[in-house]
Design a binder for this molecule. Structure first.
Ligand SMILES: Cc1cc2nc3c(=O)[nH]c(=O)nc-3n(C[C@H](O)[C@H](O)[C@H](O)COP(=O)(O)OP(=O)(O)OC[C@H]3O[C@@H](n4cnc5c(N)ncnc54)[C@H](O)[C@@H]3O)c2cc1C
Length: 382
């Protein structure tokens, strides 16, 4: 396995462009986005203008064919400034890449261009209140009726379902108790709208609404099944694999953002007649934080580079990166608050928001504990 994950000039250019854009356009709005829970359309327009939704997609669909590593670089840069914005940018990437890998030619033609252009907002609905870490327990059922499936059931905590034009929904097509009971479906809002039972309030990334959904007699054409009937588990695993990489990139951004902020603060804050950065205790904390950020970065870029080379084990390293980086982001953001002292706890500074947003990444795409089951299975060959 090659360990080569150095960035191309093109990738560096994308990273630097997005870094500038995030500083200029997103940073002034980040606190307000968190306070109001409202995402400004002007930021989405920026993402569209820069072609950020399409970086990982083939040119044939309007993308720029630069791989998942380029998307990770973008999410890292946006995540440094505003985690809600990074989720807006990430969500369609997973959906589009799933359709690219598992969809029919017709599904690819119908859905991917809208995703790449940023005109179609999407969501993925796997989780159910009684089926969290163990998605094999999902109860949502898709009953075959002629050339259609009729879907009934509920999904919990689906990001962006209130805005989405299409949702990939995982539902049971059999009750045999085998993994092959689950299939994946593409549901288009215009054709078969779903209803939202509740939007759940949360502690961070407030502009991304986590919705509880209801599908009641939701009839969709058979052509909207993605992949084979019974192939849903494999697609769900890939969704988690992709999401782990994108979530890790967001987490890396949070960790870097918190480190940058704390570093500057310690250089400026004077106590006992000198900047607090001159105290060795502070220096050691900063050094530990930087080591966590840099280690996470290498792991994530390695995972992305493997995926871009078509190596399935990239997803294994992606899961590892998501666990390592989310824990690192939580620690770095908490330490950043510590370094700011009492003011770190206040909303005057972004580090308390970063800590709240970092916590989420330890919980999603399979909590870090349940991702450890997957990592251990890989190690032990189970
Ligand atoms: C803000 C937010 C947005 C989300 N967005 C989406 C979305 O868009 N689409 C979607 O499908 N889902 C989404 N989710 C759901 C998310 O994927 C689940 O919350 C996650 O998979 C965990 O499931 P759970 O909350 O039911 O936890 P549980 O499964 O109830 O776990 C509870 C605790 O038990 C631990 N645990 C469980 N099993 C084991 C085990 N075998 N060994 C050791 N420990 C274990 C877990 O680590 C956790 O600490 C979202 C969640 C959040 C919080």
């Amino acid at each position: 396995m090659s360990g080569d994950y150095s960035l191309t000039d093109e990738q560096k250019m994308v990273r630097d462009t997005v870094r500038r854009m995030a500083q200029e356009k997103i940073a002034p709005l980040a606190a307000e986005i968190d306070d109001t829970g409202v995402f400004p359309s002007v930021i989405r327009e920026q993402f569209k203008e820069l072609g950020l939704f399409g970086l990982a997609f083939p040119e044939a669909y309007g993308g720029s064919e630069m791989g998942i590593l380029s998307s990770a670089l973008v999410l890292e840069e946006i995540g440094r400034i505003c985690s809600s914005s990074a989720i807006i940018c990430a969500a369609p990437i997973t959906t589009g890449l799933l359709i690219l890998e598992y969809g029919s030619d017709q599904q690819k033609k119908s859905f991917i261009p809208g995703i790449v252009s940023g005109n179609t907002t999407t969501a993925v609905a796997l989780f159910e209140t009684d089926a969290g870490s163990d998605p094999e327990r999902i109860a949502t059922y898709a009953e075959k009726a002629g050339d259609r499936y009729v879907i009934n059931g509920k999904k919990g905590l689906v990001d962006l379902a209130d805005e989405a034009g299409l949702i990939i929904v995982f539902a049971r097509t059999k009750n045999s108790g085998k993994p092959q009971d689950i299939s994946a479906f593409i549901i288009e809002k215009d054709l078969t709208p779903w209803s939202i039972e509740r939007t759940v309030e949360k502690m961070g990334t407030t502009a991304i609404h986590a919705c509880e959904l209801v599908f009641e007699g939701c009839a969709i054409p058979q052509k909207n099944r993605m992949g084979e009937e019974g192939g849903g588990q494999i697609i769900a695993a890939r969704a988690r694999g992709l999401n782990c990489i994108l979530a890790a990139a967001r987490g890396l951004g949070i960790a870097q953002g918190a480190l940058d902020y704390a570093l500057n603060y310690t250089k400026e804050r004077v106590q006992f007649g000198r900047p607090i950065s001159s105290f060795q205790g502070i220096q050691f904390m900063l050094a530990d934080m930087a080591a966590l950020v840099e280690t996470g970065r290498y792991l994530l870029y390695k995972a992305c580079a493997e995926v871009d080379r078509g190596q399935a084990e990239g997803y294994y390293f992606g899961a590892m990166a998501k666990c390592f980086i989310s824990d690192a982001a939580m620690k770095v953001a908490t330490d950043a608050i510590q370094l700011l002292g009492g003011y770190g706890y206040m909303k005057d500074h972004p580090v308390e928001r970063m800590m709240r947003d970092a916590k989420l990444i330890q919980l999603v795409e399979g909590t870090n504990y349940t991702q450890h089951i997957f990592l251990a299975e890989g190690l032990l060959g189970l």
